[in-house]
Write a protein that binds this ligand. Structure first.
Ligand SMILES: [Zn+2]
Length: 258
């Protein structure tokens, strides 16, 4: 695979550097404990008779060191030290309380701060495998300029008490309208945890993609997740229940068709 061009995927200016997905601050408060990161890239492939099977290969993020401490190339230092840092600083005090399962009814500003942070983490992770990257240049420019997730993104949060999921990410990038092979992903689901929090981000081609929104409302119910982005809807308070490791894995597999 060719190396990414040396431009920042957010501002489009020349120069990119290795930056932490989660931001340096997260590493300080929630250090990873694993000594190695395992990254598998799965693809559904059609075999004889049209039956889908899995092809699994080792992903580029398979490295020494915990996931939380990993860095990825894509953003420039100006973005990292500027708007990204501001976005991290805005979310950090809220996230550190939620990570300890301290819940309260989040107001709009708090929801926005948390949603923007998780959307950015999702966008950064997507750089790990550009073939399945669903975020677009205009979505990345949007979060950079406005400090909020794009309107066609959904961010939801819940609680996870699972042990295996304390340092885990599952990501599915897919194309909604035609086959999954040889086409650029235009939808995604990202699932991870932050301390005792579970969270998931979704995106789809437009904000008015009714079928997808409907599917997501079923997911929120089943997994006791609360939507924090887009704003609106019920007041966000204590989640109805905590998710187990098994449920987190099920959540992460929802859009994988095989
Ligand atoms: Zn930049």
């Amino acid at each position: 695979m060719s190396a990414p061009p040396n431009i920042c995927v957010f501002c489009g200016e020349p120069g990119n550097s290795k930056e932490h997905y989660w931001g340096q601050w997260a590493k300080k408060h929630l250090p990873g404990s694993a000594d190695r990161t395992w990254h598998d890239v799965r693809r559904p492939v059609a075999s004889a008779g049209g039956v889908l099977s899995d092809s699994v290969r080792k992903g580029p993020m398979s490295r020494q060191g915990a996931l939380r401490n990993q860095q990825i190339r894509g953003a420039c230092r100006v973005c990292n030290g500027g708007w990204m840092r501001e976005l991290h600083e805005r979310a950090a005090p809220i996230l550190l309380r939620l990570a300890k399962s301290e819940w309260w009814p989040l107001n709009d500003a708090e929801r926005t701060a948390v949603a923007a942070y998780f959307a950015l983490v999702s966008m950064m992770w997507q750089l790990a495998d550009r073939e399945t990257m669903a975020s677009t240049a205009s979505e990345r420019k949007y979060i950079m300029e406005k400090g909020v997730p794009p309107s066609n993104w959904i961010v939801c949060i819940g609680e996870c008490k699972g042990q295996d999921w304390s340092e885990e990410i599952m990501y599915t990038g897919f194309q909604f309208d035609s086959g999954f092979e040889n086409s650029k992903a235009n939808c995604h689901q990202f699932v991870s945890t932050f301390g005792g929090m579970a969270f998931s981000t979704f995106s789809f081609p437009t904000a008015a993609f009714a079928g997808f929104s409907f599917a997501v409302s079923g997911i929120l119910n089943e997994f006791a997740l609360q939507k924090i982005w887009p704003l609106g809807g019920a007041v966000i308070g204590t989640p109805k229940r905590s998710l187990s490791d098994r449920e987190m894995t099920k959540l992460g597999n929802l859009f994988y068709i095989n």
